[in-house]
Design a protein around this ligand. Structure first.
Ligand SMILES: [Zn+2]
Length: 510
């Protein structure tokens, strides 16, 4: 007998086919049939008028430690997301992330990659998770915050990467604007990407530059993929910095040419014109060399040197030139007072009549792990990138607490409500493909990201008329609208918009 029948919805297969009115039968955690008159079921959910889609796959998540939070966190399930790819931007929390604490602000045990995955498994995620091993983490584990590698250290990084892939890492990530990853040259990344290739997993990259040197950064990412023969995922595709706006066509052209030349490249994107990262990313990455950022910022000469570097723009300059003090919103700061004078204010507001650069240096010196939301993109570029079939959706979320970027709570429903229903940037079948099979295929998640007989019954049921997210930068944590039911391997974990409280997610190993 069928465990569960979803009756009367419009079924999207996640492969880009038009939706069809049909019932979906679920049994033993899998989809067993799609059609009409599928027979009796233990349970029936009437989903007439709703869309039945594969559960969404978040290509770019930072939920690495979320399953360890004391209470289950359904913020991704509420978006229809059933699988997250964690460990992005060069940072995973294993192997041995203890030396990155100053930048991440997170204190974690000295885990091996296998121990990290076991800890996540034991805690029980509420949605499925797969995890990349981070290049910055590997580098930190062998060389800390020392820019140059000593003989044997690259080989040690390769061994640690191989251990991580054996334990189940779903790829290699890099974050080349953040130390210590920013100190790697192209050859170092090729050597590590070759290990990923040997295990059949992709290389994802937060590139060395997303602004004035975006073209060169894309060339480097493509060169790494070509030389290592590895699948490439360009993370959070964007054109940053007002002077560079209008560059989406260049970005997409390079991706397309690379494909024509045999490099298997795709990208992901979040549907917003603002990003979010550590406040220290406004400074040149050299500020964090040797781990002595506080000492450096304590000296007027140090501040002046950084300012000169930042003013040059381009690779190695940090993000200072890509935004304005008005466009920087402080979202987390350890030294904030109980009345919240810092968090929720812009850098321009905090500087007042003073010099915003000095205010920035003061804030980073007080808390090098402080976070910001940063305005740096143009809507026309966001839309052009979104319309391209090579681009999937990834939230780039932070932890679901405090004043985070609204993408943490609303990325997927916002894409569907704002850009698909209201503006028609892409049609529904294509939008759903971008959020499902496009990403599941890239990360080797077999049986997920599509809906048909034999697929895992990770399913989202949504109302196309109401799906959306009302969260704002000032009040980001609203629950999305229109995500009605969510299933994980046949278990209903969100029913009529309510989370059941169960931790039904798995740790996925490709
Ligand atoms: Zn990133």
């Amino acid at each position: 007998m069928i465990d569960l029948l979803l009756r009367g919805g419009t079924v999207h297969d996640g492969l880009g086919s038009p939706g069809v009115t049909a019932d979906v039968a679920v049994g033993g955690g899998r989809v067993v049939a799609v059609g009409r008159d599928l027979g009796p079921a233990r349970r029936v959910l009437d989903v007439t008028g709703l869309y039945v889609t594969p559960g969404f796959v978040d290509a770019h998540a930072h939920s690495d430690l979320v399953p360890l939070m004391p209470r289950p966190q359904p913020f991704k399930l509420f978006q229809g997301v059933t699988t997250e790819i964690n460990g992005n931007c060069g940072y995973s929390y294993a192997p041995d992330a203890t030396r990155l604490e100053e930048l991440t602000g997170e204190r974690v045990p000295d885990w091996t990659f296998a121990e990290y995955l076991a800890a996540i498994e034991a805690a029980g995620p509420v949605n499925h998770v797969a995890t990349l091993v981070g290049h910055s983490t590997l580098r930190g584990a062998v060389a800390g915050f020392r820019p140059e590698l000593r003989p044997g250290e690259l080989e040690r990084m390769r061994e640690l990467a191989a251990e991580a892939f054996e334990a189940g890492a779903c790829g290699l990530s890099s974050g080349l604007i953040y130390p210590p990853g920013s100190w790697a040259d192209t050859d170092e990344l090729v050597e590590l990407a070759r290990v990923a290739h040997a295990f059949g997993v992709p290389y994802t990259t937060h590139m060395r530059d997303e602004g004035s040197a975006l073209g060169r950064a894309l060339d480097e990412a493509i060169e790494i993929a070509r030389r290592a023969r590895v699948r490439l995922q360009v993370s959070h595709c964007k054109v940053a910095g007002r002077r560079n706006h209008g560059g989406a066509g260049m970005l997409l052209g390079k991706l397309r040419r690379a494909r024509e030349e045999g490099v298997d490249v795709r990208g992901d994107q979040y549907p917003y014109t603002a990003g979010s990262t550590v406040l220290a990313a406004l400074l040149p990455p050299s500020a964090l060399a040797g781990g002595g950022v506080r000492d450096l910022l304590a000296s007027p000469a140090g501040r002046a040197r950084l300012r000169a570097e930042a003013g040059k723009g381009g690779t190695g300059a940090g993000l200072w030139q890509d935004t304005t003090p008005e466009g920087v919103l402080i979202t987390a700061h350890a030294s904030d007072s109980p009345d919240g004078r810092i968090v929720g204010a812009t850098l321009a507001e905090l500087a007042g009549d003073g010099d915003p650069w000095e205010t920035l240096c003061d804030l980073v010196a007080l808390d090098p792990a402080a976070q910001m939301v940063i305005e740096m993109m143009a809507e026309e570029d966001v839309v052009a990138i979104m319309a391209d079939p090579l681009i999937g959706i990834g939230s780039d979320n932070g932890p679901p607490t405090g004043l985070e970027h609204p993408r943490t709570w609303g990325c997927f429903p916002r894409f569907l409500g704002e850009y698909v229903r209201e503006r028609g940037v892409v049609g529904w079948p294509e939008a759903i493909r971008k959020m499902t099979s496009a990403t599941a295929d890239q990360f080797g998640l077999r049986g997920r990201g599509w809906l048909g007989p034999g697929a895992y019954a990770d399913i989202c049921v949504l109302d196309p008329a109401t799906v959306g997210h009302a969260g704002t930068y000032a009040a980001p944590d609203a629950q999305p609208t229109g995500i009605v039911h969510v299933l994980l391997e046949g278990h209903v974990v969100v029913e009529s918009g309510q989370f059941t409280g169960e931790r039904r997610g798995r740790v996925l190993r490709p």
